[in-house]
Structures are given as C-alpha cells and as structure tokens.
Design a protein around this ligand. Structure first.
Ligand SMILES: C[S@@+](CC[C@H](N)C(=O)[O-])C[C@H]1O[C@@H](n2cnc3c(N)ncnc32)[C@H](O)[C@@H]1O
Length: 256
C-alpha cells in the first residue's frame, strides 16, 4: 500500500516497485463487488455524470466507472507506466473511448471549480494525506457532487502496539473512522456513508497476486527489487497478524 511508485521508472528503486506491481489488476486492496454496492447506493447523479478516478493506477476503478455509467472517466495518475497499462486494458474491454488518461499530480489539478459529479479515489489519497487530499479536491465537486475515497483506518479503539508502531512509521496519518469523518467535515464535506472493505478482499484482490508476483521475480532480482520485496513482505505480515484491527474504509462524502 505504502510502496506504490509515483513517477516513471527513472531510478532503480522506482523501477523495482513498478516491476513488482505492473500487470496486477489492482495496485492496492479493493473489491469490484463492494464498489458496485457503493455505486448502487449513491444519490442520484446527473446523466451522464462527470467522473474522475484520482490515483487511478492501472485503473480498476476507472474501468468499473466507465462500464457502469457508460460515460467518460478522467483517470489521473503520476505514473506513465500504469496509465499505459490502463489504456491497454480499456481498449481490450471496448472501453477505450471512455477512458481519458491524465498524467498529472492529483493534488494540483487545475480543472475548473465544480467540474465533477463523482470523484473516486481508491488507496491513493494517503499520498497527499487524507485531509490534504480532501482539501485539494473539494473545489472540484459540483454542488450535489459525491466523493468516494478509500483510506486506511483503524477499526478497533486500541490497536495492537506492533501494528500501531508499523503504521506510525509507514503512514503516521492513520486515524479511526471518527477521526477521518472529522477531517472530511473540516474540509467541507458531509458524510453520506461508510463502507469497510472485507478482510478477505485484501488477499483476493491484492496480496495473493502480489505474493505470486514476488515468487516469480525474487530469484536473481536486483538489490532494489530485494528491498521492495522485503518491505512488501513486512506489510503483508503485519496484515496477516493484525488485519482485524485496521483496514480500508470507503468514505462516501457529499459536497452539499
Ligand atoms: C496504491 S496505488 C492505487 C492505485 C489504484 N487506485 C488501485 O486501487 O489499484 C496508488 C496510486 O497513486 C498514484 N499516485 C501517488 N501519488 C500521486 C499523485 N500525487 N498524483 C497522482 N497519482 C499519484 C501512484 O502512482 C499509484 O498508482
């Protein structure tokens, strides 16, 4: 989660991270079923809605949004490699005309105010900090617009110290759902709903494919790749032992 590359592979460490993730369906934990449930329960949006997927990676959510709404999706990422993968996947699914890849910093989008009806972001807001991401994105939402943003969140009041220490170092911003709700309200949103990603989805969508990739790439890998693998294995080990105490929560946020 914390190790996804953010720029084209100009240095060996970033190249290693890209090698580890490229070609995976998802670059972080997610679930098409959960996303579809969220979509079904959203307030009514204009037709067609103006859509964006921020920190889209190789575009699992972009593709789902395009297929669901049959409307164009602005798919923003800092990685040209992942956007290239998305373009290929979109073409293969007959969605090429609806996916608009945008190579840009999602924290500094110069799009007009109120230009989105649905802003989606999975497993990516942490790159700006949850509060920073929500603050930067608020102006983009139309008055009746909705933001669906997933964020790593504590799911128990007193998480085990080893998990807390790991995340303090990896992502000091982690909060519980009440804390993230307060951050969202402070940034000018209204909480419409919360949805937790089931624990099993972490394995099915992300960690199992990543472990298979690691097994394939490990032999003869570069030192940078070995380091990226070691970091990833530590993250997975923490989740295996303490994944009941934290997880991804989708925050469904209204602009009104
Ligand atoms: C953990 S991945 C999640 C990708 C995708 N949403 C998914 O769930 O498969 C995080 C993504 O955010 C992108 N990213 C990080 N910082 C970014 C920024 N400032 N602007 C745009 N994209 C960024 C990374 O390149 C990466 O593709």
């Amino acid at each position: 989660m914390s190790s996804a590359p953010t720029t084209p592979a100009t240095d060996p460490a970033k190249a290693a991270l890209i090698a580890l993730h490229r070609g995976l369906e998802r670059l972080g934990p997610g679930s098409d079923a959960v996303s579809r449930d969220i979509l079904k329960a959203l307030p009514r949006l204009p037709s067609p809605p103006r859509l964006a997927d921020l920190g889209c990676g190789s575009g699992a959510a972009s593709l789902m949004l395009a297929a669901h709404f049959q409307a164009p999706v602005l798919a923003v990422d800092l990685s040209a490699e992942f956007l290239g993968d998305l373009a290929h996947r979109a073409a293969a699914r007959g969605l090429g005309a609806l996916i608009r890849p945008v190579l840009a910093d999602m924290g500094a989008l110069d799009w007009p105010e109120a230009s989105l009806d649905l802003l989606w972001s999975e497993g990516a807001a942490y790159n700006l900090g949850f509060a920073g991401a929500l603050g930067a994105w608020r102006r983009l939402l139309a008055p009746l617009g909705v933001a669906v943003v997933s964020e790593l969140s504590w799911h128990v009041p007193n998480p085990p110290e080893e998990a807390a220490a790991y995340w303090r170092a990896a992502y000091p911003d982690v909060s519980d759902e009440a804390g993230n709700r307060a951050r969202a309200e402070a940034a000018g949103y209204r909480l419409l709903g919360l949805r937790r990603l089931p624990r099993q989805a972490w394995w099915d969508s992300y960690y199992d494919p990543l472990l298979a990739r690691i097994a394939k790439l490990r032999p003869g890998g570069s030192p940078e790749l070995a380091e990226a693998i070691a970091e990833t294995e530590t993250e997975i080990d923490i989740f295996r032992r303490f994944g009941d105490s934290y997880g991804y929560t989708f925050y469904i946020l209204g602009a009104d």
